[in-house]
Structures are given as structure tokens and as C-alpha cells.
Write a protein that binds this ligand. Sequence first.
Ligand code: FAD
Ligand code: SF4
Length: 493
Amino acid sequence: MSVRWLFGDQLGPHFTDDLADDAPVLLVESRRVFARRRFHRAKAHLVLSAMRHRAAELGDRCTYAQVGTYAEALDAVRGPVTVAYPTSHAALRLVQARDDVEVLPARGFATPMPEFARWADGRGARRLLLEDFYRDARRRLDVLMDGDEPAGGRWNFDADNREPPPRDGRLAVPGPWWPAEDDVDAQVRDDLDRWERDGDVAFVGRDGPRRFAATRAEALAALDHFVTHRLDAFGPHEDAMLADDPWMAHSLLSAPMNLGLLDPLEVVARAEQAYRTGAASLQSVEGFVRQVIGWRDYVWHLYWHQPPGYRDRNALAAGEPLPQWFADLDADAVEARCLSTVLAGVRDHGWVHHIPRLMVLGNWALQRGVDPAALTDWFHRCFVDGYDWVMVPNVVGMSQHADGGVMATKPYASGGAYVDRMSDFCRGCRYNPKKRLGPDACPYTAGYWAFLDRTRDRLAGNHRMAQPLKGLERLADLGAVVAQERDRGTSAP
Ligand SMILES: Cc1cc2nc3c(=O)[nH]c(=O)nc-3n(C[C@H](O)[C@H](O)[C@H](O)COP(=O)(O)OP(=O)(O)OC[C@H]3O[C@@H](n4cnc5c(N)ncnc54)[C@H](O)[C@@H]3O)c2cc1C
Ligand code: SF4
């Protein structure tokens, strides 16, 4: 009988449901993975907790190998091994290099790889647009459809889902579901303490109470709580940020989905059911479904679809090293309230929602010309939901425009006005989002113009940048702004 090898992000029932109940399973806990890079401690905790919980559930049929490398564990297996398609190029190379391992089709994504290939091939020279992929997926998977038409007659509720935050700084929605830690978590924490003491590994960030689901039962409870209590509020303020409420109405399901504990199709089925029974508005349900079978799958397929050099692309020639305060998640070193608050969120939870990632962290790095590969590595290590397949397109492509426009038609660069409109950060900040010169000049506002000045030749051919570049020409004090921002550089603002 062959052995099913489960990577640490293949932990749900859909990775073993084709096997007999007693078929042997292998899970490998490789200490060297943590020794090589400085991960967020909450991420190390979550992944180890999830793997050990899964091993305990599988019982005697599971070999839980605590070893240095994957190869050590595989060498100890007698007989053939099967594994579902892994989630990184490096892991794929590893499994394909072994004669004894059979690689099965990918699981845990809504659109199968051959289906994406058919869709992409059918487009010829046209761009692989998310919107087109998403509509195709809705039709093909029959999600939120009334016959051949989208439910409610509209495919896209984005325009309704960009509201600024509520004025009183609070979103009227019940809080997220939180897990209760158990003995497995305590054991993981002890092990991490010991490894750190022994000098084997070094972590960054705080390992507070575990915030994300680590088992199938927890993941289902988190999904149920979200759909029942929070989904209806998801849409309208999806893009807004609040200083005192990092979670707002977000699902917090990326971590369990990326651990393979939930299948995206069951997630959207629950969301659709809430719409059909009147428990959640179409505006919110469509917004959420778009994220899960749209964005999540689109990013997954782009990761595999791009040529191998994609991760090293640097179309805007950004070469600044990632500063130490950023790498250390030293939020206290930062006065800019938006960046300080968001960095504190990463330090404390290993998670902030999409807009802080894109418009605060990513925007800052883009404006300052931080090396995209270093930034990708940082995001990967510091976020509980970070894996190679999802970080490379999101950081290199969406956030840093280092792919020259494969993923996003223009860079996500913006000044303080955006942050001011979409958050309550600016009110308590020592900088002024309207100022670009002087001691209270907002680093985002001034940084935006300095970014455009630095990249104007590279962006000149992009028609979506024509307007901003024209604005740059009209800036009488541009020289002074650029000099000011050169001085500020990548020091903590
Ligand atoms: C710079 C940057 C880095 C990111 N890194 C990651 C990452 O490492 N892992 C990750 O899962 N997501 C990543 N995202 C996407 C998104 O920010 C997170 O999926 C989301 O914030 C997770 O929180 P949530 O589960 O509450 O999401 P919700 O707001 O509740 O959204 C629902 C789900 O949609 C999916 N989703 C939405 N957008 C994306 C996207 N762009 N890519 C992939 N999935 C998406 C996620 O599975 C998420 O759980 C990144 C985005 C940016 C801009
Ligand atoms: S003023 Fe500028 S630095 Fe301060 S919170 Fe607003 S955008 Fe951030």
C-alpha cells in the first residue's frame, strides 16, 4: 500500500478522502525550515499546532516524522509515496526529483489547473484579467448564478464595497471567532521556547493567544461564525481601516484555507446559502465570493503560469534593503500612525487585512524603492497565511508592480489622501496628509511624488499613469520634495 505524504498545508479531509480509512499517512515536521529563516513566532506556532493536531486525529495510521529535512523522512519510508501537488516551485522540484513519489493533481483550489490552462489559452494575446477569470469561474462552478445570469443581475458590487470607515471608529458587527488553546498548543509553545533558548532558531513577532483555526473542527466553527454573524457586514467597508479594530468584518479564513483545512468551494457554498436564505446581502456575499474563487484562485494559477524568473522581477529597479526596524516589526520606532498601527498588528498577530498590506505596508515599500524580493521574503515569513504561491504574485505583482504590469495595470501607489479617506489613522497622526513639505509633511504624500519622480521614465508608457505624471510636471516644489524624501529615505517615518 502506498503512503500519502501530506505537506503542512494539506491538512484537511480533501487531501485523504480518496484513501482507505487505514491507509498510511506521513507528516514531516522539518526543524530546518524554521532554522533557515526568521519566521513570525505566531506563524510557527500555528503551522506546528495544525500539523500536530492533524497527526493526533489520524492516530496510528500517521507517521509524524520530526526530522531535519524532508528527504530524511522520505528515505525512511518503505514503498511508494503519493502527494497532492505542492504549493511552491521549490517543493514541486523536491517531489519531482524523487522516483518513489507520485504527484497527484492539486487540491484545495476551486479551479483545476487544466481548466485554468484552457481559459488562459483561449484568450490568445489578451490580458489574463481577474474579472474575466472570476466570471468564468462563477459560470463554470455555478456559484451565485440564476440560470445563465449572475444572481441579482450584476457580476460586480465593487463600487458599493468601497465605503470609508464608520465615523465613530467602530463597525457594528460581532467580533471574530477565537480558538481555545489546548495541550498541543502548550507543547508547541514549550518546544519553540526551547529551540530559541538552544539558539537553533530565531523568531520575530509575538506569539500571543492563537488567533487562527488549526484543526478542521475549528475551521468549520470559524466559517460558521463568520457566515452567521459577520458576512452580511463584509462588503461595504471591505477596503476601510480602523486604528482600534484590525479585524473589522474580515473572515480570518485565509490561514485555515491555506493550511488546507477548508476547501474554497465549501466556503463559497456556505456564503451563497446565506444569501439565498436572506441572512446576508448580495453585495457582501458577492464581494466575499469574488475574493475566494476569484482572487485566491487567480493568484494561485498566476503563480504557476508565470515563467520561473517571475519572483525575481524588478521592473521599477527598486534596490533599497529592507530596513531593520521594518524587519524587526518595531512599531514603536515609527511615528506615522498608519504604519505604526499596521506594523504593530503584524507584530502582535502576524495578520492585518488586505488594505493595510497593500496601501500601508506595500505602498510604503513601493514608494521607498525597497527590493521586492526582500519584501516578498518578509511578507512570507511574517504573515500567518503567507506561502510562496500566494506571496509572490501578491507582493511582486500586485503590491510592488515589479512584474511590469502583469497583475495590476498600474502601481498601487498613493498619497496620504487615500489613507485619510479610508481610515481614521490621520486624525491622531503627527503628520498632515495634505502636506508634502516641512516637518509635518506626510511621508506617504511626499513619498508618492518622490516615487513618481524616480520612476517617471519607466512608467511613461503606461496610459493609466499619464494623469499622475502630468500632475508631477505641475508641482512647483518638486525639487524640494524629492530632496526631503531622499533625506528621509527608509528611516522609520
Ligand atoms: C502585499 C499582500 C500580501 C498578501 N499576502 C497574502 C498571503 O500571504 N496569504 C493570503 O492568503 N493572502 C494574502 N494576501 C491577500 C489578502 O490580503 C489576504 O488573503 C486577506 O487579507 C486574509 O484575510 P481574511 O482571510 O480575513 O480575508 P477576507 O478579506 O475575509 O477575504 C476572504 C478570502 O479571500 C482570499 N483572498 C482575497 N484576496 C486575495 C489575494 N489577493 N490573494 C489570495 N487570496 C485572497 C483569502 O483566502 C481570504 O481568506 C496578500 C495581499 C497583499 C496586498
Ligand atoms: S498623515 Fe500620513 S503618515 Fe500620518 S496616518 Fe495619515 S497617511 Fe499615515
